[in-house]
Design a protein around this ligand. Sequence first.
Ligand SMILES: C=CC1=C(C)c2cc3[nH]c(cc4nc(cc5[nH]c(cc1n2)c(C)c5CCC(=O)O)C(CCC(=O)O)=C4C)c(C)c3C=C
Ligand code: FE2
Ligand code: FE2
Length: 332
Amino acid sequence: MPDNTSDIGVLLVNLGTPDAPTPGAVRRYLAQFLSDPRVVEIPAIAWKPILHGVILRTRPAKSAHAYAQVWTPQGSPLAAITAAQARGLQALLGAGVRVDWAMRYGNPSIPARLQALKDAGCERVLVAPLYPQYCAATTASVMDSLGEALGAMRRQPAVRTLPPYYADDAYISALEEDIAAQVSALDFAPEMLLLSFHGMPERTRTLGDPYHAQCIETARLLGQRLASRLPGLRIETSFQSRFGPAKWLEPATETVLEEEARAGTRRIAIAAPGFSADCVETLEELAIRGREVFESAGGERLAVLACLNDRAPGMTMLERLVRRELSGWWHG
Ligand SMILES: C=CC1=C(C)c2cc3[nH]c(cc4nc(cc5[nH]c(cc1n2)c(C)c5CCC(=O)O)C(CCC(=O)O)=C4C)c(C)c3C=C
Ligand SMILES: [Fe+2]
Ligand SMILES: [Fe+2]
């Protein structure tokens, strides 16, 4: 970490994760996450009884089991990888900038780390939600939390925020390079590459959330690039992690895996380009449960590719995106 003479801060933000893979810790995390009106857009008077009476009684044990299967010595994969991204970015940007990281839900929180940057002398802070595609449930919720944190400060830093980068050359190029390299290194030739994005209720699309359109645009741009790098590989898009009884964005990843296997597709690679870091959604939902679905429907080989994480293509992308935002703030 640079000394406290630096006055520019960068705060990387991702979704959040429980403090431990236990039902109690998962319950605390889910209670905060699923009480956010940006995430569950049902009036509180109707949602609270379902959340507290049903969801928080049943889901924590199931989710804790999922987290336990992917937990690492450094803690939750999402937190460990986000911390590694912050360290990597710090090394790339040098001592003139102080890089930190926070989680929207759980720890370390946005208000705590914003205050820490302030205490370290940062009068200007770039807040960078690591969501390539804008979604009210994710990006806007980070902004809500940032506003709340600023609302509690007498002396606020100047703040700017990283725009969504779903079509940015820095992002598409990083994915192109990273996915092409991972597919080429497989010990089998996939017939199909599935791009799996996190799902959302279908209703949010008709209400004007650009998330679905931005996912489709990322997939289109990436598909164009990969067509020349991996000729002949069929590319499809799907949405994972459906939650609750409402209709979510389709096609669902699980359904695609099952239908492809039944239709005779034997070898699939999956990438999750909307996730900046591997997490329970990629390591458990795709790599464990997705594999079970695919194999029990007759599939033979499923490769779940790593997210950009803190490897070189992803760090180059982050450096490019952040340097561009900071360019108006550099002074030396
Ligand atoms: C109503 C429920 C949910 C919405 C809407 C939602 C949107 C959404 N989520 C991500 C990214 C991540 N979600 C993660 C975990 C996760 N998501 C939900 C529910 C909704 N997500 C739950 C209940 C959970 C916890 C795990 C579980 O019980 O299934 C994660 C991983 C967190 C981790 O600790 O590893 C990420 C990342 C996006 C991008 C998004 C909307 C676009
Ligand atoms: Fe989610
Ligand atoms: Fe999930």
